[in-house]
Write a protein that binds this ligand. Structure first.
Ligand SMILES: [Fe+2]
Ligand SMILES: [Fe+2]
Length: 217
């Protein structure tokens, strides 16, 4: 298969199939108090993730010669910085110290790996972070918003109004990049391998996240 659009459609279906029932960070069946605890944990880890996203985009931009993609990455960097500020402010308003949170080693390792991937071809990086990671994070935010509506409507609104629309745009950068660059069977194979690797790493981070959130530390 070498038509990029057809390839991207198939790959999106493969990713969606991989993720069925695998985002274990929140438990929809948990009683409200427990659900709220899980949401708070997501927010704390979220502050870290947004800031590391800024860092990784800054690291990638100089290694991205494709001018159109570079512009899009600069816009994304700006969005992630705004998300970091907004989430941090929300936690402060809730009486927490967002800077005291110790990030999970699995999330740290995931971002360290992505930053270190800066010199890999743009195509592979976009497959990993924007196409796979950001698409999955849209799914994750949809779930978070739905589960926060009754226990913390203000936070649900913040995610729905200020964060989720940007995340859909970030996932679209992945699509755009793949349409432009995944135009040979060899390149498509590298993209598919990048997606597979990213999926496994995110899954490991999600599982560790839930274990630690349940322990409450
Ligand atoms: Fe973000
Ligand atoms: Fe994002």
């Amino acid at each position: 298969m070498s038509d990029p659009r057809e390839f991207v459609r198939t790959l999106a279906d493969e990713n969606a199939a991989f993720w069925k029932g695998r985002d274990v960070r929140l438990d929809p069946a948990a009683p409200p108090a427990r659900r709220l605890q899980q949401i708070r944990y997501r927010m704390r880890q979220g502050v870290y993730n947004e800031l590391r996203s800024v860092e990784l985009l800054a690291a990638w931009i100089p290694y991205t010669p494709e001018r159109e993609i570079r512009e899009l990455l600069a816009g994304q960097l700006d969005d992630e910085h705004r998300h970091w500020r907004l989430l941090r402010q929300r936690l402060l308003a809730l009486g927490e110290d967002p800077d005291a949170y110790r990030a999970l080693p699995e999330w740290e390792a995931l971002f360290d790996w992505l930053v270190a991937a800066r010199a890999r071809p743009t195509l592979e990086r976009l497959a990993m972070f924007q196409f796979t990671g950001e698409t999955q994070s849209c799914e994750g935010f949809e779930t978070l918003i739905a589960l926060a509506r009754d226990v913390d409507p203000e936070t649900a609104d913040l995610y729905a109004r200020e964060i989720l629309p940007d995340e859909y745009r970030h996932a679209a950068i992945g699509h755009r990049g793949l349409y432009l660059l995944a135009d040979t069977p060899e390149r498509q194979e590298r993209v598919r391998a990048g997606c597979r690797e990213m999926n496994e790493r995110i899954l490991a981070a999600y599982r560790a996240h839930r274990t630690r959130a349940d322990r409450g530390d």
